[in-house]
Ligand binder design. Structure first.
Ligand SMILES: [Zn+2]
Length: 217
C-alpha cells in the first residue's frame, strides 16, 4: 500500500490506497438469527487469515441499487461500549435498516481504528486524552489518518452479485474505494444518527478535517 495525501478546500487527509486485489474467498455461510431478525451470514477468509463478514437480507443477487453499509470493526464501541464514537449505533442502525427494507447487505470489515489496529488505536486514544483531536493524535504517533482499504469489500459485493449499491455512508473515501475496485455506487445515503456529546466531537472532527459529509453538528 502507498501513502497518498488528498487535499481539498477544507481538509487534508493522509490515507492509504488499496494495493493489489486481496486474496479473499467465500468460506462459510449460514442463517444467523439475531435480535434484529434472521440474516444470511457469509464469512470470507483472506490469505492472511483475517475473516470478513457479509450480513445479507433478501435476494440481492443480480439486483441494482441494493441498500448497503460497509462497516469497519470497532471493538471499543461494539463490544466494550465506549462512547468515544458512534460505531455501534451505526452498525445496529444499518442491520435494522436492511431488516426493515427486507433487502440489503452489511459488510463488516476487520479494520479496527480506521485500519491502524486496536493497540495503536488505544495509543491514539491516550494522545486524545491529552487534548489532541482524532487526526492530530494519529499524526503525532506517525500513524495515517485513515488506513482502511475497500478492495476486499468490493470483492464481497461482486461475489454476492449485486450490480450496484445505494451506499449508507458519510465517507467519500469509501465511495471512491468501492468504485475504483469495480463496484457501481448508484446513490449515497447519509448516515446521521444522534450520538452522545463525546461522540459528537469525534463526528465533528471527521467532518472538519477528514472530508466526511453530513449536516454540521
Ligand atoms: Zn468506533
Amino acid at each position: 500500500m502507498a501513502l497518498i495525501t488528498e487535499e481539498s478546500a477544507n481538509h487534508k487527509t493522509i490515507v492509504t490506497i488499496d494495493g493489489p486485489a486481496p486474496g479473499i474467498t467465500r468460506y462459510s455461510e449460514t442463517i444467523l438469527p439475531t435480535e434484529f431478525g434472521d440474516f444470511q451470514c457469509i464469512i470470507y477468509r483472506r490469505e492472511n487469515g483475517d475473516e470478513e463478514v457479509a450480513m445479507v437480507v433478501g435476494d440481492v443477487s443480480g439486483k441494482s441499487d441494493v441498500f448497503c453499509r460497509i462497516h469497519s470493526s470497532c471493538l471499543t464501541s461494539e463490544v466494550l461500549n465506549s462512547i468515544k464514537c458512534d460505531c455501534k449505533k451505526q452498525l445496529d442502525a444499518a442491520l435494522q435498516k436492511i431488516q426493515s427494507l427486507g433487502c440489503g447487505i452489511v459488510v463488516y470489515l476487520h479494520q479496527e481504528g480506521r485500519g491502524i489496529g486496536l493497540g495503536d488505536k488505544i495509543r491514539a486514544y491516550a494522545e486524545q486524552a491529552k487534548g489532541r483531536d482524532t487526526v492530530d493524535a494519529n499524526r503525532v504517533l506517525g500513524l495515517p489518518d485513515d488506513a482502511r482499504t475497500y478492495a476486499g469489500a468490493a470483492y464481497i459485493l461482486k461475489d454476492i452479485g449485486v450490480t450496484s449499491v445505494s451506499l449508507l455512508t458519510n465517507n467519500p473515501l469509501k465511495i471512491k474505494g468501492l468504485e475504483k475496485n469495480g463496484v457501481v455506487v448508484s446513490r449515497r445515503i447519509p448516515h446521521l444518527l444522534e450520538a452522545g456529546e463525546i461522540a459528537n466531537n469525534y463526528v465533528r472532527v471527521k467532518q472538519d478535517r477528514m472530508g466526511h459529509l453530513g449536516s454540521k453538528i
